[in-house]
Design a protein around this ligand. Structure first.
Ligand code: ASP
Ligand code: MG
Length: 399
């Protein structure tokens, strides 16, 4: 929602649903750039990412949007009501800046719907036990929408965004990336956590847990979008080996060299880091030589400084040789449920990278994804190479 013109465009979509005899609840996010602007103001005034004041400030973007959309709907002759998070009783935990929804009371929403109104709800915000406004983390309106859909048992939840669906790779990196008609929840969760920015990961997890019928569509162009599907017990043998490639440049790695190799060391390091609310992604430990080992792990770039301070302190206590870090890395991943039916996906990936002379620094795998950490300089090139290697420019997923 970038301008009043855009909001009128959104209103048109909503009215079309209404004309199809659907009850509609709209969850709005802030106008484009607004949350960044507000966040910047809060920071200038001394706020941090987890102040209650910061949450009060940055949640206001959605308040404005919901008022504006409701006005536009009314001027088009449709009865609507703007509602804030606390008015629909979206209760969250206490964590400012990345609160989790604890419960939603669908009653107020249902009441408005039964009066024939369109409910226009401010996304991204909730209220904690003490009555303070909380926000759900960047992209949190997605999660509001899914959570509300679950609470009122909606038939469908359409997330409108600036791309027209979920792609085989970031279309700005890979020119022949294609929109997928459907993607499995399991894959979407991997994609969201591996750098694809389409949906906030929590919204996908929530939708999967509460079995919300979820679609991703474009705000700008009409189209089928992408359906997020539930995976049956058996995977179709015809299923694509890899359905997408993701690239994440938001991580950094830390290595502790020459750590005494004895029980309890990893526990010590990683418990301190998790106590600081930092999420560790990949971890590797080398074979020990003469009783010493090296340990390398990745964290999000924004947590690098804090993680380094913690790690250096522990390294000192453990008499480790040194701590080094590198924030010029990228994590490249291939994702696909079809991997379960194929042999050698990992070796195909490694061969493709080695052919391009791209060195792999770390590897991690699950049943449906393989990730490699490489030098950030090759991130874009590697994404394109893997997209080609697995034939994603042309392959179509079986219906
Ligand atoms: N306005 C918030 C943000 O920019 C929430 C959202 O857009 O989903 O992150
Ligand atoms: Mg968004």
């Amino acid at each position: 929602m970038g301008s009043i013109e855009r909001i009128k465009g959104v209103a048109k979509r909503v009215i079309a649903e209404k004309k199809n005899k659907n009850d509609v609840v709209v969850v709005v996010s802030a106008m484009s750039g607004e949350t960044n602007r507000l966040l910047d103001l809060a920071f200038q005034a001394g706020g941090t990412a987890d102040n209650l004041e910061t949450d009060m400030i940055i949640s206001s973007g959605e308040q404005v949007s919901s008022g504006l959309l409701s006005l536009v709907l009314k001027s088009e002759g449709y009865d609507s009501v703007p509602l804030l998070g606390h008015q629909v009783r979206i209760t969250t935990d206490e964590v400012h800046g990345k609160a989790r929804i604890a419960r939603i009371d669908g009653e107020n929403i249902n009441k408005e719907l039964s009066r024939g109104k369109i409910a226009v709800i401010a996304g991204f915000q909730g209220i904690n036990r003490d009555g303070f406004i909380t926000t759900l983390g960047r992209g949190g309106s997605d999660t509001t929408a899914v959570a509300i859909a679950a609470a009122i048992k909606a038939d469908r939840c359409d997330i409108y965004t600036d791309v027209d669906g979920v792609y085989t790779a970031d279309p700005s990196l890979v020119p022949d990336a294609r929109r997928l008609d459907s993607v499995y929840f399991d894959e979407m969760i991997e994609m969201s956590s591996l750098g694809a920015k389409v949906l906030q990961i929590r919204s996908v997890e929530f939708a999967m847990k509460y079995r919300v019928n979820l679609f991703v569509k474009s705000t700008f162009v009409e189209g089928p979008g992408t359906q997020i599907k539930f995976l049956g017990e058996k995977i179709d043998m015809e299923e694509l080996e890899v359905s997408s490639v993701a690239c994440d440049k938001d991580e950094a790695k830390i290595s502790i060299r020459g750590v005494p190799d004895k029980p309890g060391i990893a526990a010590k390091i990683f418990s301190k880091i998790s106590e600081a609310n930092i999420v560790v992604d990949m971890i590797i430990q080398n074979i020990s030589v003469h009783g010493f080992t090296d340990l390398t792990f990745t964290v999000s770039k924004k947590d690098l400084k804090k993680s380094l301070a913690i790690t250096s302190k522990i390294a000192g206590e453990l008499k480790a040789k040194e701590v080094i870090s590198d924030d010029k890395i990228a994590k490249i991943s291939v994702i696909g449920v079809g991997m379960r039916n194929h042999y050698g996906t990992a070796s195909t990936m490694f061969k493709a990278l080695s052919k391009e002379n791209i060195n792999i620094m770390m590897i991690s795998t699950s049943e449906i994804k393989i990730s490699c950490v490489i030098d950030a300089r090759y991130a874009e090139h590697a994404t394109r190479v893997l997209h080609d290697t697995f034939g994603l420019g042309k392959a179509k997923r079986p219906k």
